[in-house]
Design a binder for this molecule. Structure first.
Ligand SMILES: [Cu+2]
Length: 126
């Protein structure tokens, strides 16, 4: 009887230890989620996000003198290249950004040299 009771106690201690370690695992998961959130906030500082083979938003309106920033968040290289040659980012890898300042008013269309079906427009108001 005594031996049975002792092994029951050992079993309870093991269960408690397991419960303890699984609760510390879940707090680790929470801090990982917090890090992911701040990464998303950093990405949202770009004006135009390149993802899913699209420029988002595809039409973006600014004023003369404004700087537009693109960020590629897709796991594929992309460029932002003006049809009229005003700018060309070259290939942006994942997480890569490119900025261009617009000094003249007008409508500027651009595309991705790697995937020419990707198109966008910057409307610059004087
Ligand atoms: Cu592309």
């Amino acid at each position: 009887m005594r031996i049975d009771r002792r092994s029951l106690l050992i079993g309870l201690v093991l269960i408690a230890a397991t419960a303890c370690s699984s609760s510390s695992e879940s707090s680790t998961t929470t801090s990982t989620e917090a890090t992911a959130t701040s990464t998303t906030e950093a990405a949202s500082r770009a004006d135009i996000i390149i993802d899913g083979f699209t420029f988002d938003p595809s039409t973006f309106t600014v004023s003369v003198g404004d700087t537009v920033t693109w960020e590629n968040v897709q796991g594929v290289g992309h460029t932002t290249t003006a049809d009229g040659g005003e700018w060309n980012s070259g290939s942006l890898s994942t997480g890569g950004t490119f900025s261009h300042t617009f000094e003249t008013a007008g409508s500027f269309t651009y595309f991705c040299q790697i995937h020419p079906a990707m198109e966008g427009t910057i409307e610059v108001q004087g």
